[in-house]
Design a protein around this ligand. Sequence first.
Ligand code: ATP
Ligand code: MG
Length: 555
Amino acid sequence: MDKIIGIDLGTSTTEASVFQGDRPVMILNFEHQEITPSVVGLDENGDIIVGERARGQLLTAPERTVKEVKRLLGTSEQISLGAQQYSPVEVSSMILAHVKAYVEDRMGEEINQAVISVPAYFDEIQRQETMEAGVAAGFTVERIINEPTAAALSYGLEHLEEESYVLVYDLGGGTFDVTLLEMFDGVLEVKASSGDNKLGGKDFDQRIIDYLVQRLREQQGIDITSDRAAMARIHDSALSCKLALSTQEEYRVQLPVIAMKNGEPAALDEIITREKFEEMIADLVERTHEPIHVVLSDSGIAADAIDKILLVGGSTRVPMIRRDIEDYLGKVPCALVDPDFAVAQGAAIQAAIISGQIDERTGIMMTDVNPYTLGVRAIHGYDDAFMSVIIPRNKTIPTTRKKKYYTSFDNQTETVVEVYQGESSSTKYNHQIGRFMLSGIPAKRAGEETIEVSFSYNQNGMLQVTGTIVSTGKEAVIDIDMLGTKEEQVDVSDWKSAELAGDYRAVIRRAEKWIRKNEPEPELEELLYRLKKAIIENDMEEADLLEDEIDDYMD
Ligand SMILES: Nc1ncnc2c1ncn2[C@@H]1O[C@H](COP(=O)(O)OP(=O)(O)OP(=O)(O)O)[C@@H](O)[C@H]1O
Ligand SMILES: [Mg+2]
C-alpha cells in the first residue's frame, strides 16, 4: 500500500504528518521545521518561493509576496505577484507542491496521495477548490477532513477507552471552528459543527494595525495606508505585539522611520497594554459565542455535559480567549493536544485508516456531519424563493436524501434545479452552489409529473445532486443557466408523530378508509395530503379548514 500523508493547509501555517508504526509523526521541511508559513512569493529571478523564504521577503518585497491566501478560496479574487496574476487555487497549490517536495525529500520516496484538512465550516466551493489545489500540486486527494475532527482523532487515538463529550475549539489564523463529539469504544461521533470562516488571529492583527495607523494619523497627520512598504512593517509589528501580549502585560511598538514627513523621518512609538488589546478584540471574541451556541443546541447537549474542551489553533494562546471559553462554558479548557500539530496528525491518522494501516475494527473510527443546511429553491404558495430543505445541517455523513417535486404549470417540459446552502427559509439569503436544467418532462397538466431530487453528501463533505423525471427515468446533473419553477411536496408519512395529530386522527382514518373502498379519489387524496402537511407544520387554522372540506367531500 502506498503511503498517504496528512496535510493541514492553514491560513497562516502549513504542516504535514505521516503515520509511522503506531502514531503520526510530523515531517520536517527543508529548514528542518515542522511548521511552514503559508506564504508564497516570487524571488528576484521570478521563481516561485514558498514558506520561510517567502515570509522573509514579506517586508522587503511585499508586491511579489502573498500570505493568508486560504481566506480567498471560494472567491473570484486574483492575487498579483509582481506582474503575474494567480487564483487562490493556484497559490494554494504552490504551497501544497512545496509540501510534496519536502515530504518526498525527507522520506526518500515519491508521495502521491494526501488527506487534506479544511475548516469544518468551509462550504462546498471552498472544499472543491482545496481539492483542486491538491490535484494541481500532483496529489491524489484521498479525503478532505474537517480540521476539528482531525484534531479530535489525534486526541482519540491516545484515549481509545474513554467515554466522553469533547468540544473542539479551533481558532487559527483565519478561521474559527467549533465541533462537539461523542467518544465511546474508539468511535468518534461528531454531533455538530459550526463556525465562522472569517474569524481568526489575522483579525486580531488587523485591529492592532488599524489602531497604529489611526495613532499615526492623529499624532503626526500622516496617512500610511497607501504606502505598501510602511504597511508591511506595521503588519509585522502588530503581529509581534500580539504574540508578546500573550505572555506579557504590555508591548512597545517602535518604528523610528515609518514614513517621511516634510522631508523629516517620522517615528511611531506606542505602548499597547494587554488590556488595550483586549478592548480592541472584544467584539471578535464575542463572535465565537454564536457558533458554540449553535453546536450545543443542534446536538442537544448541555454545556455542563461537556467533559473536555480541546484547544486547537495558534490563536487559542491568547489569554482572553481561554478566559472567555471558561466564562462562557463554565469549564476550564485544557491543553490536551498540541495546538499546532493536532490537525495534521489527525489527517495522518485518517490517511492511515484509508490505507489500512489502522484497522477500523480494532482501532479508531469516526463519523462526521455536514455543517450547512442544503436544499433547492421551490415555490411555496406565493413565495417563489422558498428554501426546500433536503439535508438539514448537522446530519451524520455520508448521507443520501431525496424529495419529490411536481410540475407547477400545464405543459411544463423543463425545470431548473437550483441548489442552495444556508440557514434562511428564503433562498434569497442563502448561497447558490449549483444549478442544472432538467428537460424532456412529458407535457401534462400541472402537478401530474414528478421530479425527484436526490442529494448525496459524501465523506469529503461534497455534494452530488441528481434530478430525475420519475415517469421517464431521465436524469440530469449538468450546469445550465435557465430559470424554472417547481412546487414543493413534503414527506407527510410521519404526520402521526406531530403534536396536532390526535385532533385529526379520526377524520384521517375515515378518509383513508373511504379512499380504499371507492374508486381513485385524487381530490380527496390531495386534501388528505394537505391536511397531513398542515399537521406536520403545526398549522391548526389550515388543518381545521381542511377537516371541514374533507367532511364535506365525504358527506
Ligand atoms: N502565542 C500566540 N499568541 C497569540 N496568537 C498566536 C500565538 N501563536 C500563534 N498565534 C496566532 O495563531 C494564528 C495561527 O494559528 P494556526 O497556525 O493554528 O492557524 P492556521 O492553521 O494557519 O489557520 P486556520 O486554521 O484558520 O486556517 C496566527 O494568527 C498567529 O498569529
Ligand atoms: Mg488551522
